[in-house]
Design a protein around this ligand. Structure first.
Ligand SMILES: [Zn+2]
Length: 225
């Protein structure tokens, strides 16, 4: 076996382990052929300031039960980023990573993001707009807590099952960057963060100016504590 053959064979049989912003990336399950995870992570590192990625402990690419159950392709839990190996293209996994990094940033800088109350205020104003739109469309909204800023199962069930995705899209257009932003204040932040880094800065500034300003400040300001 030549040295070249040896190297090629070694590359093909060694599980791919690389690092992402100092965190170890463990590829537990095989990816679809042709997808290059390492280059996607490099793209994320290039897109975000290094301060957003600090404290990330580990990335695991593995098939999880809750991905299927909750129809997710990525999730963030306790400084670990989990990515499903079943993604269809590089672009969608890039979006998912950016979204989950937003949840990581919430744990790094909760005071900077929420303490002045601006994001919560803007979010609740939009929730009221959606409630008003739904009433106008003839929906009975009493009994659902549109004031709850956290994930609320009854409200979520009402919006996604009773109102349904099409009507929800209609009544959130103009107030939320996408329907999922209405789920909770945390998703409001994460979807806005996604928009900021995925080429929708102007749209975000127009729809959610407070949120846009907050992310702009976070991106440019050195000290975020
Ligand atoms: Zn999220």
């Amino acid at each position: 076996m030549s040295l070249r053959e040896y190297i090629v064979e070694k590359m093909e049989t060694t599980p791919k382990i690389f690092s992402f912003a100092g965190a170890r990336v463990e590829q537990v399950d095989e990816l679809p052929p042709g997808l290059d995870c390492q280059s996607i992570f490099k793209k994320v590192e290039d897109a975000l300031p290094a301060k957003f990625l600090q404290g990330l402990k580990k990335v695991r690419i593995e098939d999880r039960e809750d991905f299927k159950k909750r129809n997710l392709s990525a999730l963030y839990d306790d400084d670990v980023l989990y990515i499903s190996p079943n993604f269809s293209d590089d672009g969608s996994v890039f979006n998912d990573i950016i979204h989950e990094i937003a949840h990581h940033i919430e744990t790094l800088y909760p005071g900077f993001i929420y303490d002045d109350g601006k994001i919560v205020h803007e979010f609740l104003k939009k929730r009221h707009e959606v409630e008003f739109e739904l009433k106008t469309e003839g929906y009975w909204t009493e009994g659902y807590d549109f004031e709850d800023i956290n994930y609320n199962e009854q409200l979520d069930h009402f919006l996604y099952k009773k109102v349904g995705p099409n009507m929800l899209r209609l009544v959130t257009t103009g107030s939320f960057i996408r329907p999922y932003a209405a789920v909770s204040v945390r998703e409001y932040f994460a979807t806005g963060f996604e928009a900021y880094y995925l080429g929708q800065k102007e749209k975000l500034d127009k729809i959610s100016p407070m949120l846009y300003d907050k992310i702009y400040e976070m991106h440019h300001q050195e000290n975020l504590t």
